[in-house]
Design a protein around this ligand. Sequence first.
Ligand code: URA
Length: 192
Amino acid sequence: MSEEKDTLMAMIQRECESCRSCELCGGRHNVVFGTGVTDARVMFIGEGPGEQEDLKGSPFVGKAGILLDKMLKAIDLDRKTNIYIANIVKCRPPMNRDPKPEEQDKCIPWLRKQFSVLKPEIVVCLGRIAAQKIITPDIRITKDHGKLYNKGGTVMMPMFHPAAVLRTPSSKADAFEDFLRLQELMKEKELI
Ligand code: URA
């Protein structure tokens, strides 16, 4: 645990909680800032909060989150001990629509601040929205999931969004293989 990182992250969270930079703030119950440990070497980035996340103020706590936690557990990762999870947008888009490009642009400075505190070695982008925003707009998840990209010295991996895996159960084996690839990468980097 790094006290300094915890303090910085808590300061950023407090600021973020009063953000009114885009119209998504009007419908929120909670800002879903992020969760996990600040000494995490691996950061997971999703798209934006859904209904459960908005109500509880924490990312990935609905059905997709339950699946994500299971896959994380299978490779000894856990939001309470060794990872950090955040989203591209911190407030729930109405009716779970995709966050608009302008909403993503308004919100991304918060994610950049989170990234600069964490300085993770590996970033996993869950789904198209996160992968296209963080890695490159050319990403096609069905084709590029599990591939490794280097951005400024950070290894980035696009993966299927767990909600997509729930919708398309036939993708589960591929999704799990990507988690095993992540585990291998962490071993190679001596992070586990
Ligand atoms: N989907 C996401 O992308 N993020 C969440 O926090 C929940 C569901």
